[in-house]
Design a protein around this ligand. Structure first.
Ligand code: FUB
Length: 326
């Protein structure tokens, strides 16, 4: 018999999973992770070790239930525009349709973001012929707001190529700003009603400190690196993200979905493994952080596993820092 999943242990251990995007659909918790491959290929700052080729969907009826793997819901061989590296996905529901958003490198080696649809939150998902026009970089996260407008947040440095888009087109030699300059923020674009195209050209989001000054590129404990996620709590928008080189999950708050977002602090201290990536979801009046670490593989960076833990707010709306324990 399958056992219920306890906090801070892998949701599943028969496959490696990472980058969990959790949502409540049809009264259950659905998790859309990356599916890490068990390989011994090259490992570098470009992220070639993250050679993923497909997606699985996981679900739990509630936190007293086992986690079910619904199997492969999309494979790269079925996505005409994509060549390699299916990285962190997200999902959304609108128009009576479930949408899976995912980054992958196209046939020119450039990260783009694609969409696939299903009538079922557990898939399978049918991909669109082409990527979302105007999309680039990686780690899409979609917020369908209370007024039904939908926003995509995306982007990531280094392997995620965000710094190569500062001129508005892809520059293979593009580098990030100097340490004394404002850091690059994640990108924002409102989705059209079809949820398959952008309504506008993506814009950069600014993350500032309490005095209104931009977070600088050299401030590696605070600056955005990858994995944006936006949730709403008590009328505030929370932008949370990975700081990459300092391995933190950090967050910033705003009254506006487009920011600017004011940096507030750390959500999760460094996990075992280089990457840290998360999502935040409410279920039955409690809030949960879904995250990953590399404990299932004994610390191999590209063999990760998805976990969850409870997340708590302070009275002023700030988030209590969670100390990672492997
Ligand atoms: O899983 C591949 C990449 O690693 C993700 O897209 C990043 O956020 C990092 O977790």
């Amino acid at each position: 018999m399958m056992k219920k999943v306890k906090p801070n242990i892998p949701l599943v251990d028969h496959i490696y999973t990472a980058d969990p995007s959790a949502h409540v659909f049809e009264g259950k918790i659905y998790i859309y992770p990356s599916h890490d491959l068990d390989h011994d290929g090259p490992s570098n700052d470009n992220g070639d070790q993250y050679a993923m080729e497909d997606y699985h969907v996981l679900s739990m009826d509630d936190f007293d239930s086992p986690c079910v793997d619904h199997g492969e819901v999309l494979h790269i061989k079925d996505v005409p525009w994509a060549k390699q590296q299916m990285w962190a996905p997200d999902a959304a529901f609108k128009n009576n349709t479930y949408y899976l958003y995912f980054p992958a490198k196209d046939h020119d080696g450039i990260f783009r973001i694609g969409a696939a649809t299903s009538s079922n939150p557990a898939g399978p998902f049918i991909p669109q012929e082409n990527y979302i026009q105007g999309s680039f970089s990686m780690d899409p996260a979609v917020l369908v707001d209370e007024d039904d407008r939908a926003y995509m947040y995306f982007g990531g440095l280094w392997g995620g190529q965000l710094e190569k888009w500062q001129t508005g087109s892809y520059d293979p030699n593009g580098e990030g700003p100097a340490i004394t300059e404002p850091a690059l923020g994640p990108m924002f674009a409102e989705l059209d009603d079809d949820m398959l195209s952008f309504k506008e050209n993506p814009k950069e989001i600014s993350i500032i400190d309490e005095d209104g000054n931009p977070i600088l590129a050299g401030d590696e404990e605070k600056r955005f690196f990858e994995g944006p996620w936006v949730h709403k709590y008590n009328g505030n928008y929370y932008l949370s993200y990975s700081t990459g080189t300092t391995h933190l999950l950090a967050y910033a708050m705003s009254k506006n979905p487009q920011g600017p977002f004011v940096y507030k602090g750390t959500i999760l201290t460094p996990v075992l493994g280089w990457t840290t990536h998360h999502s935040i979801v409410e279920f039955n009046d409690k809030w949960y952080l879904f995250y990953h670490d590399a404990s299932l593989s004994g610390g191999v960076n590209h063999k990760r596993s998805v976990k969850y833990t409870e997340l708590k707010y302070n009275e002023d709306g700030t988030i209590q820092t969670i100390e990672y324990e492997s």
